[in-house]
Design a protein around this ligand. Structure first.
Ligand code: AMP
Length: 278
């Protein structure tokens, strides 16, 4: 069956086959990371819907909404080659009516760590994801661990608002040298790219240590050594479900997360570590 391109709710309703639906929400500029999510979706459901929508609500006024890469034709080829059934590609006008009033608040968890640097970002993410869920009505939705706080907040939203969808987190796909794939990597010059490698290197250095203070110190040392071209926003070790800081006695899974600018490109990365009793 050929790929269906849906622009609105009517198109989505027509495309329904009655089987289990898996949704992969994206902003396009698809890469291997997105492909891995699509493959998980393909394995979990009868029908795979990929949404491609650069959501204006989740960009701050000084962020890169207008320069965010838009590569729709290439994205369609990726979707075709991965056996996607439906690409949902609404216009911003279709998604957001001029008279709209109601939106979601992400709460305290949306205001810390990444949310502290990007006020309103997670409100915009949750609002669009809930709209996508209402439009597509998926049984399963796949999100990348690459955006760990986003994944945690979506799990929180689904629990708090009784959203009838199963959420699956997918591992981060990386370049052979460790750089996490991102649609924004295309903006990195060769020199920037070398600087950007400090993010994943710092996470690995932290992951080799046993306790929070040493994990943070080892990761910080790598970031410091990268020099002034790396403009670090935050380095945190947090509880994956709440994104609150892990105390020194913390045990179990923790997320070591970093955000930094290289030139004008802002990058994020994280690793999940397991902290065991000494
Ligand atoms: P985006 O198009 O950047 O909004 O990302 C769409 C989905 O792909 C999100 O759930 C991301 O977490 C996920 N994603 C982005 N980069 C990667 C990656 N390198 N590996 C796995 N998933 C990713």
């Amino acid at each position: 069956m050929d790929l269906i391109i849906a622009r609105n709710r009517d198109d989505l309703v027509k495309a329904r086959t009655g089987g289990e639906v898996a949704l992969v929400p994206t902003m396009g500029a698809l890469h291997e990371g997105h492909r891995s999510l699509i493959r998980l979706a393909r394995a979990r459901a009868d029908q795979v819907v990929v949404s491609i929508f650069v959501n204006p609500l989740q960009f701050g006024p000084s962020e890169d909404f207008s320069r965010y890469p838009r590569t729709f034709d290439a994205d369609l080829e990726v979707c075709r080659s991965e056996g996607v059934d439906v690409v949902f590609h609404p216009s911003a006008d279709d998604m957001y009516h001029p008279d709209r009033q109601v939106s979601l608040r992400s709460g305290r968890m949306g205001e810390i760590v990444e949310g502290a640097s990007r006020p309103g970002h997670f409100d915009g993410v949750l609002t669009v994801v809930l709209k996508l869920f209402n439009l597509v009505q998926p049984h399963v939705a796949i999100f990348g661990q690459k955006d760990a706080q986003q994944l945690a907040l979506i799990r929180r939203m689904v629990a708090d608002l009784d959203v009838p969808a199963e959420i699956i987190g997918a591992p981060t796909v990386r370049e052979p040298d460790g750089l996490a794939l991102s649609s924004r990597n295309r903006y990195l010059s060769a020199a920037d790219r070398q600087v950007a490698l400090a993010l994943s290197r710092a996470l690995r250095a932290g992951a080799a240590e046993p306790v929070p203070s040493r994990i943070r110190a080892a990761a910080q040392a790598v970031l410091d050594a990268a020099g002034p071209e790396l403009d670090v926003d935050y380095l945190v070790l947090v509880d994956p479900a709440t994104f609150t800081e892990a105390q020194e006695s913390y045990m179990g899974e923790a997320v070591l997360a970093v955000a930094a600018k290289v030139g004008s490109t802002r990058l994020i990365d994280n690793l999940t570590l397991t902290l065991n009793p000494a």
